[in-house]
Design a protein around this ligand. Structure first.
Ligand code: BT5
Length: 265
Protein backbone atom coordinates (compact mmCIF):
# COMPACT_ATOMS: atom_id res chain seq x y z
CA UNK A 1 0.00 0.00 0.00
CA UNK A 2 1.33 3.41 -0.92
CA UNK A 3 1.05 6.58 1.18
CA UNK A 4 -0.80 9.79 0.23
CA UNK A 5 1.08 11.99 -2.25
CA UNK A 6 2.28 15.13 -0.38
CA UNK A 7 0.26 18.23 -1.37
CA UNK A 8 3.24 20.16 -2.85
CA UNK A 9 4.03 17.24 -5.19
CA UNK A 10 0.37 16.81 -6.16
CA UNK A 11 0.12 20.54 -6.93
CA UNK A 12 3.32 20.64 -9.02
CA UNK A 13 2.20 17.55 -10.96
CA UNK A 14 -1.22 19.10 -11.60
CA UNK A 15 0.39 22.31 -12.88
CA UNK A 16 2.60 20.45 -15.34
CA UNK A 17 0.07 17.80 -16.41
CA UNK A 18 0.07 18.84 -20.06
CA UNK A 19 3.87 19.05 -20.43
CA UNK A 20 4.75 15.85 -18.60
CA UNK A 21 2.17 13.69 -20.38
CA UNK A 22 2.10 10.15 -19.00
CA UNK A 23 5.16 10.60 -16.75
CA UNK A 24 3.95 10.95 -13.17
CA UNK A 25 0.64 9.32 -14.02
CA UNK A 26 -0.08 7.33 -11.99
CA UNK A 27 2.22 8.22 -9.13
CA UNK A 28 2.84 6.05 -6.05
CA UNK A 29 4.38 7.68 -2.99
CA UNK A 30 6.06 5.90 -0.06
CA UNK A 31 7.37 7.38 3.17
CA UNK A 32 9.99 4.65 3.13
CA UNK A 33 10.93 1.81 0.84
CA UNK A 34 13.96 -0.35 0.11
CA UNK A 35 14.40 0.86 -3.48
CA UNK A 36 11.90 2.66 -5.71
CA UNK A 37 13.35 0.71 -8.66
CA UNK A 38 12.14 -2.55 -7.07
CA UNK A 39 8.61 -1.24 -6.53
CA UNK A 40 8.45 0.13 -10.09
CA UNK A 41 9.68 -3.23 -11.46
CA UNK A 42 7.00 -5.10 -9.51
CA UNK A 43 4.35 -2.71 -10.82
CA UNK A 44 5.70 -3.12 -14.37
CA UNK A 45 5.54 -6.92 -14.00
CA UNK A 46 1.84 -6.45 -13.22
CA UNK A 47 1.27 -4.36 -16.32
CA UNK A 48 1.81 -0.80 -15.05
CA UNK A 49 1.80 1.54 -18.06
CA UNK A 50 4.58 3.76 -19.42
CA UNK A 51 5.08 6.75 -17.14
CA UNK A 52 4.09 5.03 -13.89
CA UNK A 53 6.15 6.81 -11.24
CA UNK A 54 7.26 5.66 -7.78
CA UNK A 55 8.58 8.22 -5.31
CA UNK A 56 9.97 7.62 -1.82
CA UNK A 57 10.87 10.05 0.97
CA UNK A 58 13.74 7.73 1.94
CA UNK A 59 15.23 4.45 0.74
CA UNK A 60 16.74 1.84 3.01
CA UNK A 61 18.53 0.04 0.14
CA UNK A 62 18.90 2.68 -2.59
CA UNK A 63 21.33 1.43 -5.20
CA UNK A 64 23.58 2.69 -7.95
CA UNK A 65 25.15 0.75 -10.79
CA UNK A 66 27.39 -2.30 -10.37
CA UNK A 67 26.09 -3.12 -6.89
CA UNK A 68 26.91 0.30 -5.46
CA UNK A 69 24.83 2.10 -2.82
CA UNK A 70 22.81 5.29 -3.32
CA UNK A 71 22.75 7.23 -0.05
CA UNK A 72 19.05 8.09 0.38
CA UNK A 73 18.26 9.66 3.76
CA UNK A 74 14.89 11.19 4.57
CA UNK A 75 14.28 14.70 3.31
CA UNK A 76 17.71 15.06 1.66
CA UNK A 77 16.82 13.99 -1.85
CA UNK A 78 14.31 13.07 -4.50
CA UNK A 79 14.22 9.32 -5.06
CA UNK A 80 12.05 8.20 -7.95
CA UNK A 81 11.65 5.53 -10.60
CA UNK A 82 9.82 5.61 -13.91
CA UNK A 83 8.36 2.72 -15.89
CA UNK A 84 9.45 3.05 -19.54
CA UNK A 85 8.08 0.70 -22.18
CA UNK A 86 8.88 2.25 -25.54
CA UNK A 87 11.50 0.03 -27.24
CA UNK A 88 12.54 2.84 -29.62
CA UNK A 89 13.48 5.04 -26.68
CA UNK A 90 15.25 2.32 -24.69
CA UNK A 91 18.81 2.50 -26.14
CA UNK A 92 19.31 6.15 -25.16
CA UNK A 93 17.18 6.26 -21.98
CA UNK A 94 20.12 6.73 -19.62
CA UNK A 95 21.37 9.69 -21.63
CA UNK A 96 17.83 11.09 -21.88
CA UNK A 97 17.47 10.70 -18.10
CA UNK A 98 20.65 12.70 -17.51
CA UNK A 99 19.51 15.48 -19.85
CA UNK A 100 16.07 15.53 -18.21
CA UNK A 101 17.50 15.81 -14.70
CA UNK A 102 19.93 18.54 -15.76
CA UNK A 103 17.11 20.42 -17.50
CA UNK A 104 14.72 19.90 -14.57
CA UNK A 105 17.23 21.13 -11.99
CA UNK A 106 18.14 24.14 -14.16
CA UNK A 107 14.51 25.05 -14.84
CA UNK A 108 13.37 24.70 -11.22
CA UNK A 109 16.39 26.18 -9.43
CA UNK A 110 18.59 28.01 -11.94
CA UNK A 111 21.62 25.99 -10.83
CA UNK A 112 23.98 25.39 -13.79
CA UNK A 113 24.53 21.64 -13.65
CA UNK A 114 26.40 19.47 -16.14
CA UNK A 115 26.59 15.82 -17.11
CA UNK A 116 29.57 13.54 -16.69
CA UNK A 117 29.50 10.44 -18.88
CA UNK A 118 27.54 8.32 -18.72
CA UNK A 119 25.02 9.29 -16.06
CA UNK A 120 26.28 11.65 -13.37
CA UNK A 121 24.72 15.07 -13.00
CA UNK A 122 27.40 17.27 -11.49
CA UNK A 123 28.27 20.81 -10.42
CA UNK A 124 31.70 22.33 -11.04
CA UNK A 125 34.23 21.86 -13.82
CA UNK A 126 37.59 21.00 -12.38
CA UNK A 127 36.48 19.09 -9.30
CA UNK A 128 32.94 17.95 -10.18
CA UNK A 129 30.64 17.21 -7.26
CA UNK A 130 27.83 14.75 -7.86
CA UNK A 131 24.31 16.10 -7.48
CA UNK A 132 22.30 13.31 -9.09
CA UNK A 133 22.58 9.84 -10.56
CA UNK A 134 20.58 7.71 -12.98
CA UNK A 135 20.13 3.94 -12.87
CA UNK A 136 18.46 2.22 -15.85
CA UNK A 137 17.47 -1.41 -15.28
CA UNK A 138 16.03 -3.30 -18.26
CA UNK A 139 13.90 -6.44 -18.21
CA UNK A 140 13.85 -8.58 -21.33
CA UNK A 141 11.65 -11.56 -22.13
CA UNK A 142 11.32 -14.00 -25.01
CA UNK A 143 9.83 -11.21 -27.18
CA UNK A 144 12.64 -8.78 -26.42
CA UNK A 145 12.49 -5.73 -24.20
CA UNK A 146 9.63 -5.73 -21.69
CA UNK A 147 10.36 -2.52 -19.81
CA UNK A 148 13.11 -0.33 -18.46
CA UNK A 149 12.98 1.11 -14.96
CA UNK A 150 14.71 4.46 -14.89
CA UNK A 151 15.75 5.33 -11.34
CA UNK A 152 16.70 8.90 -10.51
CA UNK A 153 18.27 10.22 -7.31
CA UNK A 154 18.68 14.00 -6.92
CA UNK A 155 20.25 15.58 -3.83
CA UNK A 156 18.11 18.48 -2.63
CA UNK A 157 19.50 19.36 0.77
CA UNK A 158 22.76 18.83 2.65
CA UNK A 159 22.97 15.52 4.49
CA UNK A 160 25.40 13.70 6.75
CA UNK A 161 27.12 11.96 3.84
CA UNK A 162 29.32 9.01 4.69
CA UNK A 163 33.06 9.87 4.75
CA UNK A 164 33.72 8.39 1.31
CA UNK A 165 31.32 10.93 -0.23
CA UNK A 166 32.74 13.97 1.55
CA UNK A 167 33.81 16.52 -1.05
CA UNK A 168 32.32 14.37 -3.84
CA UNK A 169 28.58 14.78 -3.27
CA UNK A 170 26.59 18.00 -3.21
CA UNK A 171 22.98 19.18 -3.18
CA UNK A 172 20.98 21.92 -4.85
CA UNK A 173 20.63 23.78 -1.54
CA UNK A 174 24.36 23.49 -0.77
CA UNK A 175 25.24 25.00 -4.14
CA UNK A 176 22.56 27.70 -4.23
CA UNK A 177 22.65 28.69 -0.57
CA UNK A 178 18.87 28.54 -0.42
CA UNK A 179 16.20 25.84 -0.32
CA UNK A 180 15.23 24.09 -3.52
CA UNK A 181 11.59 23.64 -4.51
CA UNK A 182 11.70 19.85 -4.61
CA UNK A 183 8.23 19.44 -6.15
CA UNK A 184 9.20 21.81 -8.97
CA UNK A 185 12.45 19.89 -9.57
CA UNK A 186 10.42 16.70 -9.83
CA UNK A 187 7.75 18.12 -12.13
CA UNK A 188 10.24 19.91 -14.44
CA UNK A 189 12.36 16.75 -14.68
CA UNK A 190 9.30 14.72 -15.69
CA UNK A 191 8.28 17.35 -18.27
CA UNK A 192 11.79 17.42 -19.77
CA UNK A 193 11.94 13.62 -19.81
CA UNK A 194 8.61 13.38 -21.61
CA UNK A 195 9.82 15.66 -24.39
CA UNK A 196 13.01 13.63 -24.85
CA UNK A 197 11.23 10.27 -24.82
CA UNK A 198 8.73 11.55 -27.38
CA UNK A 199 11.62 12.50 -29.64
CA UNK A 200 13.30 9.11 -29.24
CA UNK A 201 9.99 7.37 -29.91
CA UNK A 202 9.72 9.31 -33.20
CA UNK A 203 13.23 8.19 -34.15
CA UNK A 204 14.71 11.63 -33.51
CA UNK A 205 17.90 10.74 -31.68
CA UNK A 206 19.87 13.71 -33.01
CA UNK A 207 18.28 16.33 -30.77
CA UNK A 208 18.67 14.19 -27.64
CA UNK A 209 22.34 13.54 -28.43
CA UNK A 210 22.93 17.22 -29.22
CA UNK A 211 21.44 18.32 -25.93
CA UNK A 212 23.47 15.72 -24.03
CA UNK A 213 26.68 16.84 -25.77
CA UNK A 214 25.98 20.49 -24.96
CA UNK A 215 25.56 19.61 -21.26
CA UNK A 216 28.69 17.43 -21.06
CA UNK A 217 31.80 19.51 -21.80
CA UNK A 218 34.06 16.98 -20.05
CA UNK A 219 33.18 14.36 -22.64
CA UNK A 220 35.58 16.17 -25.02
CA UNK A 221 39.22 16.98 -24.52
CA UNK A 222 39.61 15.69 -20.96
CA UNK A 223 42.26 13.24 -19.78
CA UNK A 224 40.56 9.98 -18.79
CA UNK A 225 41.73 6.70 -17.38
CA UNK A 226 40.06 3.31 -17.20
CA UNK A 227 40.88 -0.21 -16.23
CA UNK A 228 40.80 -3.19 -18.60
CA UNK A 229 41.72 -6.80 -18.06
CA UNK A 230 45.09 -5.86 -19.58
CA UNK A 231 45.65 -3.04 -17.06
CA UNK A 232 45.08 0.72 -16.79
CA UNK A 233 44.69 2.77 -19.96
CA UNK A 234 44.75 6.54 -20.51
CA UNK A 235 43.54 8.80 -23.28
CA UNK A 236 41.74 12.02 -24.20
CA UNK A 237 37.93 12.01 -24.31
CA UNK A 238 36.57 12.71 -27.81
CA UNK A 239 32.81 12.93 -27.31
CA UNK A 240 30.14 10.26 -27.56
CA UNK A 241 28.99 8.39 -30.64
CA UNK A 242 25.36 8.05 -31.67
CA UNK A 243 24.89 4.97 -29.44
CA UNK A 244 26.07 6.91 -26.40
CA UNK A 245 29.47 5.21 -26.13
CA UNK A 246 32.39 7.36 -24.95
CA UNK A 247 35.13 7.83 -27.54
CA UNK A 248 38.69 8.13 -26.28
CA UNK A 249 41.80 8.99 -28.31
CA UNK A 250 44.72 6.80 -27.33
CA UNK A 251 47.79 7.64 -29.39
CA UNK A 252 46.57 7.72 -32.98
CA UNK A 253 43.58 5.44 -32.36
CA UNK A 254 40.06 6.03 -31.11
CA UNK A 255 38.66 3.55 -28.60
CA UNK A 256 35.00 3.12 -27.81
CA UNK A 257 33.97 2.62 -24.18
CA UNK A 258 30.49 1.32 -23.55
CA UNK A 259 30.54 0.43 -19.91
CA UNK A 260 32.72 0.25 -16.87
CA UNK A 261 34.25 3.06 -14.95
CA UNK A 262 36.08 5.95 -16.49
CA UNK A 263 38.08 8.22 -14.23
CA UNK A 264 38.56 11.87 -15.16
CA UNK A 265 42.14 12.70 -14.17
C1 BT5 B 1 24.16 6.14 -9.80
O1 BT5 B 1 24.96 5.03 -9.70
O2 BT5 B 1 24.56 7.28 -9.80
C2 BT5 B 1 22.68 5.83 -9.88
C3 BT5 B 1 21.93 6.32 -8.68
C4 BT5 B 1 20.45 6.06 -8.82
C5 BT5 B 1 19.70 6.29 -7.55
C6 BT5 B 1 18.22 6.21 -7.73
S1 BT5 B 1 17.34 6.78 -6.32
C7 BT5 B 1 15.86 6.15 -6.96
C8 BT5 B 1 16.18 4.82 -7.64
N1 BT5 B 1 16.11 3.73 -6.68
C9 BT5 B 1 17.31 3.17 -6.46
O3 BT5 B 1 17.53 2.22 -5.67
N2 BT5 B 1 18.25 3.79 -7.21
C10 BT5 B 1 17.67 4.83 -8.04
P1 BT5 B 1 26.54 5.03 -9.79
O4 BT5 B 1 26.99 5.77 -11.03
O5 BT5 B 1 26.94 3.62 -9.63
O6 BT5 B 1 27.01 5.89 -8.57
C11 BT5 B 1 26.98 5.37 -7.27
C12 BT5 B 1 28.07 6.11 -6.50
O7 BT5 B 1 27.67 7.46 -6.27
C13 BT5 B 1 28.33 5.52 -5.12
O8 BT5 B 1 29.25 4.48 -5.16
C14 BT5 B 1 28.86 6.74 -4.36
O9 BT5 B 1 30.23 6.96 -4.66
C15 BT5 B 1 28.09 7.87 -4.98
N3 BT5 B 1 26.87 8.23 -4.20
C16 BT5 B 1 26.07 7.43 -3.46
N4 BT5 B 1 25.05 8.12 -2.94
C17 BT5 B 1 25.21 9.40 -3.37
C18 BT5 B 1 24.46 10.59 -3.18
N5 BT5 B 1 23.33 10.64 -2.48
N6 BT5 B 1 24.94 11.71 -3.78
C19 BT5 B 1 26.06 11.71 -4.53
N7 BT5 B 1 26.80 10.62 -4.74
C20 BT5 B 1 26.37 9.47 -4.17
Amino acid sequence: MSDPVPPDIAAALAQTAERRGCFGDPVYYFGETASTNDIAATLAEHGAPEGTTVIAARQTAGRGRLGRTWFSPEGAGLYLSLVCRNPDAAPLLTLAGGVAVAAGVRAASGLPVFIKWPNDVVVGDMRPRKLAGILAEASTGADGLQYVILGIGINLRPAAYPPELAGKATSIETELGRAADSAAVLAETLAAFRELVDRLARGDRAQVLARWRALAPSSRGAMVEWTTSAGDRRGISAGIDDEGALLVKVGGRTERIISGEVRWT
